[in-house]
Design a protein. Structure first.
Ligand SMILES: *Cc1c(COP(=O)(O)O)cnc(C)c1O
Length: 447
């Protein structure tokens, strides 16, 4: 599909759309066919090539083998330019293994942004460690390095960096701090596969990175996860955690061999007490997806940049995207959001704005995240029967963070909106979606 800017005629028509009464007040919809534009949003993109690769695994009966997974790991490592990649059943497990592999243990603290999916943090509990949440930068919605510094304590072991909604976190500042305070850095790349930070792929900055590859992510293989690192010891620890069937052949560190696969005992065991192997139907799909990934996310970037360019200077909404010419990109732009500025729309609530844009035919919602530091599981739940909330069971003090403690994260509830996640760059259709936003914003800016 060729990317072209909307013609002069399209833009003239868009202006006409924008001047009409709002659909929510009985006017005509800006994008009446919005709900039917399936191809614009369809994901994952699966072709006969994926189908053939998966069928070959099924016909061979090798779903539980590792041969294809190892090929996928080697190709993924080469693609990122890292030494080691290790496939997992899902991203949650890959992150759990990364936490243990960097040395997170009982009583340690993991610092994590509060604005992320739970699997960036919650696994720390099952290691006897706990989580301290940090605030985000209000523009990038990723870890704010200044707040991060304030969260470091003598118990801090590692920092979980999340490239939230595709935006690459401020790695220079985070790595400087980590080096100075001797902390490990784990990157959660589940939102940002293929994204660049200053020209280099995210996932190659920390001591280790892990990413989900479930079907909704911008690198979709069904269900799966990957752990990547340049550090042999971290790689072997991650393997020992969950890949029992590989401990016998692949471990070289004596300490790990003694634990998992001592000489004379025919079985290898997994120290994590969990099984992490990737299903090879997923590995086979991953090998195919990898070939097309760069091209597909480039199209997504063109589409989303086009959408935001059309909305330049629209009151009440601002793009959440990396600056042009910054050499940093939004990857596959997972779960795209925009900043919402109610002051410019007469104080209109985000709920009302979203309802009005939806009524115009755009498939959006409020941003679908919730600050983790306010969730009961991180405040009151006693998961392991310690007689106190798990969050503080092994802490010296009550490290829980009450409402008001992370203001930028909490503000996102009323100051972010989701935007349509275009997977194809169809200029005419994208212009209609942008028109729905612009129509609503201009209406409330005037009234
Ligand atoms: C999806 C996601 C995960 C978990 O990955 P699964 O493959 O679903 O287990 C972890 N972290 C983030 C930020 C995610 O979005």
């Amino acid at each position: 599909m060729k990317a072209t800017m909307p013609s002069i005629q399209d833009i003239a028509e868009t202006d006409e759309i924008i001047s009409q009464p709002l659909a929510i007040e009985g006017g005509p919809q800006a994008n009446p066919d919005g709900a039917n534009q399936k191809e614009l949003f369809h994901w994952p993109i699966v072709t006969a090539e994926d189908e053939e690769a998966i069928l070959a695994v099924l016909r061979d009966g090798s779903m539980s083998d590792n041969k294809i997974t190892k090929q996928f790991e080697a190709e993924y490592a080469a693609h990122l330019g890292v030494k080691f990649a290790l496939g997992y059943a899902n991203g949650t497990m890959a992150l759990a293994a990364a936490m243990w592999a960097v040395g997170l243990r009982r009583g340690d603290e993991l610092i994590c942004p509060s604005l992320t999916y739970w699997a960036s943090a919650l696994q720390a509990f099952s290691l006897g460690a706990t989580v301290v949440f940090a605030d985000v930068d209000p523009d990038t919605l990723c870890l704010d390095p200044n707040d991060l510094e304030r969260r470091v304590s003598p118990r801090t072991k590692a920092i979980m960096v999340v490239h939230n909604c595709g935006y690459p976190a401020d790695m220079d500042a985070i790595l400087r701090l980590a080096r100075r305070r001797q902390l490990k850095v784990i990157e959660d790349v589940s939102h940002a596969h293929g994204g660049l930070y200053r020209g280099r792929q995210v996932g190659t900055f920390g001591d280790v990175a892990a990413m989900s590859m479930m079907s909704a992510k911008s690198f979709p293989i069904g269900e799966g996860g990957m752990l990547v690192t340049d550090n042999r010891s971290i790689y072997e620890h991650a393997l020992a955690f969950s890949h029992y069937e590989r401990t016998r052949d692949e471990l070289t560190l004596d300490e790990l061999k003694r634990m998992c696969a001592p000489a004379g005992i025919p079985l290898g065991l997994a120290v994590g007490g969990v099984k992490g192997r990737m299903n090879q139907t997923c590995a086979a799909m991953g090998r195919v997806q990898l070939k097309h990934h760069a091209r597909r996310i480039a199209e997504i970037q063109r589409a989303l940049n086009r959408f935001w360019d059309l909305l330049e200077d629209t009151p009440g909404i601002r793009p959440h995207r990396t600056p042009v010419h910054s050499n940093s990109t939004m990857g596959g732009w997972y779960n795209p959001v925009g900043h919402y500025v109610p002051e410019e729309l007469g104080g209109l609530s985000v709920e009302r704005f979203v309802q009005a844009v939806k009524a115009e035919g755009a498939p959006i919602s409020r941003a679908n995240t919730f600050p983790l530091h306010l969730h009961p599981l991180f405040n009151s739940a006693d998961i392991y029967g310690d007689g106190k909330p798990t969050r503080i069971a092994f802490s010296e003090s009550d490290i829980r963070q009450p409402p008001g403690s992370l203001p930028h994260v909490e503000a996102t509830l009323s100051r972010t909106i989701s935007i349509p996640w275009f997977r194809r760059d169809y200029p005419e259709l994208i212009a209609l979606h942008a028109a729905a936003f612009r129509k609503v914003a201009l209406h409330y800016a005037r009234s």
